[in-house]
Design a binder for this molecule. Structure first.
Ligand code: SF4
Length: 247
């Protein structure tokens, strides 16, 4: 793909059939290269479904090291449990999760989520019995649950094969394909789902691999020389390619 061709708007890039087909091939090759570099990462870093959901809400607008401190506070007091959180005093919860930032808002969201599950479905297992589409709609209707949080819950807690898009994935794909602007969430999700076959373990692993690459190489200021995707990446091969930066 020439630099000129790569400077199309993201929508056109992801939709025009010939370019999109090449881009999908790149994505599949990149996933193999990342696996080779990082090995299997086995995400999400949690031991239970409850912990995944709590972590997915706590990680909104902060980095994971802050979430870990909040999770550790909850773990030490045996509160990594949605049923217990449905009964906890909200102010006490806010204090425990203070390290994750926006702690009053997140405490409200955690309590509301827990109450919703137990009052309307009786258990997390019953809630997750719905098909992915309806479950996603229901999650998105809850206060403070956006698409990334909903999809993280669907993939890692409910075991539904849905591709999670986060700021890291947007950054890497935009740079790799030389997009002029970052694609929207649903547009990129649809593209990634068409590039990588629908498979629960592969979707979990590919999201983890992109996050790892964003931490090690594709940072705000990218370290391209040692990147395993250098040969595939429009920005890496030609740093004048418009670069999009987020998070
Ligand atoms: S080559 Fe550079 S810009 Fe491209 S994915 Fe790697 S680190 Fe990011």
């Amino acid at each position: 793909m020439s630099p000129a061709a790569s400077r199309t708007a993201s929508g056109a890039m992801l939709k025009s059939s010939k370019t999109a087909s090449l881009a999908r091939k790149k994505i599949r090759i990149s996933f193999k290269k990342l696996l080779k570099r990082f090995g299997r990462l086995g995400w999400w870093p949690a031991e239970t479904r409850d912990e995944v959901i709590i972590g997915a809400i706590l990680t909104q607008n902060t980095n994971w090291s802050n979430v870990e401190k909040a999770l550790s506070n909850l773990r030490n007091r045996d509160y990594l449990n949605l049923k217990k959180l449905s009964k906890i005093n909200q102010k006490r919860l806010a204090e425990l999760i203070r390290p994750s930032g926006f702690y009053n808002q997140k405490a409200r969201r955690l309590v509301a989520f827990s109450n919703y599950v137990y009052e309307n479905h009786g258990s997390l297992e019953d809630f997750f019995r719905k098909d992915a589409l309806h479950l996603r709609e229901e999650l998105l209707s809850l206060n403070g649950i956006g698409m990334e949080t909903a999809d993280s819950i669907l993939l890692y807690a409910a075991d539904k094969p849905i591709f999670v898009i986060d700021a890291y994935t947007k950054r890497i794909i935009s740079r790799m394909l030389g997009l002029a602007s970052e694609p929207g969430y649903l547009e990129l999700q649809s593209f990634m789902s068409s590039a990588i076959k629908s498979n629960l373990e592969i979707y979990k692993e590919s999201h983890a691999q992109f996050v790892q690459l964003a931490k090690e190489n594709c940072r705000k200021k990218p370290i391209c020389a040692s990147c395993p995707l250098l040969n595939l990446c429009e920005y890496g091969k030609n740093p004048r390619t418009p670069k999009t930066v987020s998070k």
